[in-house]
Design a protein around this ligand. Structure first.
Ligand code: IPE
Ligand code: IPE
Ligand code: MG
Length: 261
């Protein structure tokens, strides 16, 4: 687990690397990619899995350590039943097909979200894939499924209060470092770069807490067409940003590390 005292962007000023160490991605635009080709939406989802495979490899080659992708939001249950059930089936197939290569390539896979809503078959497949890759530490691939940023903050709050009932006393301040260990991403530094494909410029209830100081990048490219070249453009844009974390440009230039109080 990450120590919030040494990693949180609101408690300290995090180290900034030339290559983002953690990228969070909303893989959006599968349906519109398919529609534009007069194909069923689900073909877009299938192509989306192939794109993810390539993007994982591209991230590893470029020196990224953590990739966290949004695969299914807590609001995606609102979609037509046949699309939802296709996505569930695709998730099982993709996990079964990819687990061997993930394991061989040093990738640790985690799935975050409220998994209790999934079928037993899907939950078992997820837990087998997580166990098979649990020893890996070269690259951390996290798939958010039935995930919602609000759900995450609320479930973490519940766990924190179960562990520290005294915090429920009226007026008692809640230190950030007592909440963050219970969030789903407690094992990772906060994302440096957030990428959303498909042209929409919104968070759609993704990592609300963790994106506090993340750099945002939006592209019209539909997810099935996102590749190493597109990733390079996003990283190049990130490298132009000045990450101030509340300080002035002059302070950043002097590498001034004012402790946050
Ligand atoms: C993202 O693509 C994949 C999921 C949400 C599962 P979409 O299915 O949202 O594609 P568009 O946005 O309708 O084009
Ligand atoms: C966000 O995409 C969720 C995923 C990519 C899994 P959506 O397509 O569901 O988001 P909205 O509804 O356009 O905000
Ligand atoms: Mg969409």
């Amino acid at each position: 687990m990450i120590d919030p005292q040494t990693q949180s962007s609101t408690l300290i000023i995090p180290a900034v690397h030339e290559v983002p160490q953690h990228i969070a991605m909303i893989m959006d635009g599968n349906g519109r990619w398919a529609n534009a080709r007069h194909l069923p939406r689900v073909v877009g989802h299938e192509r989306g899995v192939a794109a993810l495979r390539q993007v994982v490899e591209a991230c590893m080659r470029r020196g990224v350590r953590y990739l966290t992708v949004f695969a299914f939001s807590s609001e995606n249950w609102r979609r037509p039943e046949d699309e939802v059930s296709f996505l569930m089936g695709l998730f099982i197939k993709a996990l079964e097909r990819e687990v061997r290569d993930l394991k061989a390539n040093g990738v640790r896979l985690r799935v975050i979200g409220d998994l209790s809503a999934f079928s037993k078959r899907l939950r078992d497949t997820i837990s087998r894939a997580e166990q098979a890759t649990a020893e890996n530490e070269q690259f951390y691939l996290t798939v958010a499924a039935n995930y919602g940023g609000r759900w995450d903050i609320l479930q973490a709050t519940r766990k924190m209060l179960d562990q520290h009932p005294e915090l429920a006393a009226p007026g008692r301040p809640i230190p950030e470092e007592l909440l963050s260990p219970h969030l789903s991403m407690n094992f990772a530094p906060e994302p440096d770069l957030f990428i959303r494909t498909g042209g929409e410029e919104r968070i759609s209830n993704f990592l609300l807490w963790q994106l506090a100081y993340t750099e945002f990048y939006f592209t019209d490219c539909f997810w099935p067409e996102f590749d190493d070249v597109q990733l390079g453009l996003a990283i190049a844009s990130y490298q132009q940003r000045e990450r101030r974390f509340g300080r002035t440009s002059a302070q950043v230039a002097q590498q001034c590390s004012v402790p946050v109080s």
